[in-house]
Design a protein around this ligand. Structure first.
Ligand SMILES: [Cu+2]
Length: 337
């Protein structure tokens, strides 16, 4: 029996399609009839039996689908390009933001020392007459505490703690000088990959020795009027440098993996520029007073101010003399006044 298809199918555009569809349905009916007895194919063939819905379904939906697929090549390419562009825009909007994309700000701060200025230890330079000669009539001291009249606290390393995008190390070297038989500066910031250049202005020999725990080892003798020597800093650490010829000489080189650090000057101030916006952890470190941390909120194009105050730990108060001793009960409570 041949299936009759509705007449509303368009004769002009779907003649071939109409014939194919009709044939397909009629073949399905015949096949189902011949394999109905069972066997492996009966189940799948049963599914191919034309349903009343199949018989009643007009051809128009299928014809429409085929018509849509015939898109001109130029139009198809244009649509693909537009879709790709839309995907890129969507990715850019929804991708995880990278620190710094939201702009940068500046952290300006001040470090203060509260309390009586500590007395720095006296340096006896008699071991090297050439150093001793530089201090005739003076009493050289170790520059451990450099405190101004208003409490301005120098040589405090300030840096941001966190993960930041990679930034190239400065091409200019970080310079550590030896002057008046001391390291100058006492505290120095530098970057991984940066060159540490050691110079000598003294009328004596030095032996520059790094006490590294991270692979920044060097131990170099530097003669009077010797040429500067360079060392490439390899790993992040707070590197202590001493001199094997002069036991009082000490410097600290903070080797950073990001550019966000500074050392407070003699006025106690510091500036860290181009800081990514957002919450930032700011650390301040002094060789004797230790570490402090503060959180700041950096906003794009703005300056955030932070102040660190170091103070000596108060000594426990001396116990007052006992004036009166009262025994409240036998061996239980004793009140001291
Ligand atoms: Cu030395």
């Amino acid at each position: 029996m041949r299936t009759r298809w509705p007449k509303q199918a368009s004769a002009s555009t779907s003649r071939a399609t109409s014939a194919t569809s009709a044939t397909s349905c009629s073949m399905t009916i015949r096949t189902t009839t011949t394999t109905r007895s069972g066997g492996r194919g009966s189940r799948s063939l049963a599914r191919r039996r034309p349903s009343p819905r199949c018989r009643r379904r007009p051809l128009r939906p299928r014809l429409r689908r085929r018509t849509r697929k015939r898109v001109p090549m130029k139009k198809a390419l244009f649509s693909f390009a537009a879709a790709a562009a839309a995907m890129l825009v969507t990715f850019a909007v929804t991708s995880t933001p990278v620190a710094g994309q939201g702009g940068t700000g500046t952290i300006v701060g001040h470090v203060k020392y509260m309390g009586p200025t500590p007395v720095n230890p006296l340096i006896r330079m008699g071991a090297d007459p050439r150093c001793n000669k530089l201090y005739v009539g003076k009493r050289p001291t170790a520059p451990t505490f450099i405190v101004g009249g208003d409490g301005a606290f120098a040589n405090v390393l300030v840096n941001l703690d966190g993960s930041f995008p990679n930034a190239p190390a400065p091409t200019a070297p970080a310079v550590l000088n030896q002057k008046d038989c001391q390291y100058v500066p006492r505290v120095l910031g530098a970057r991984i990959g940066q060159t540490l250049q050691v110079t000598n202005e003294d009328p004596t020999d030095h032996n520059v020795h790094s006490l590294s725990k991270a692979g920044n080892d060097f131990n170099r003798t530097q003669l009077v009027n010797g040429k500067p020597f360079d060392v490439t800093l390899k790993a992040s650490e707070l590197l202590r440098i001493t001199c094997d010829n002069h036991s009082w000489m000490t410097a600290y080189v903070a080797i950073m993996d990001n550019p966000y650090y500074a050392v407070s000057g003699t006025d106690g101030s510091f500036t860290i520029a181009n800081v990514p916006v957002g919450k930032q952890s700011v650390k301040a470190w002094h060789e004797v007073m230790g570490m402090q941390t503060q959180m700041v909120d950096v906003q794009a194009g703005k300056t955030t101010t932070v102040e660190f105050t170091f103070a000596p730990t108060p000594k426990p108060a001396a116990s007052a003399p006992i004036r009166e001793l009262t025994v409240l009960s036998q061996g239980a409570l004793i009140a001291l006044r």
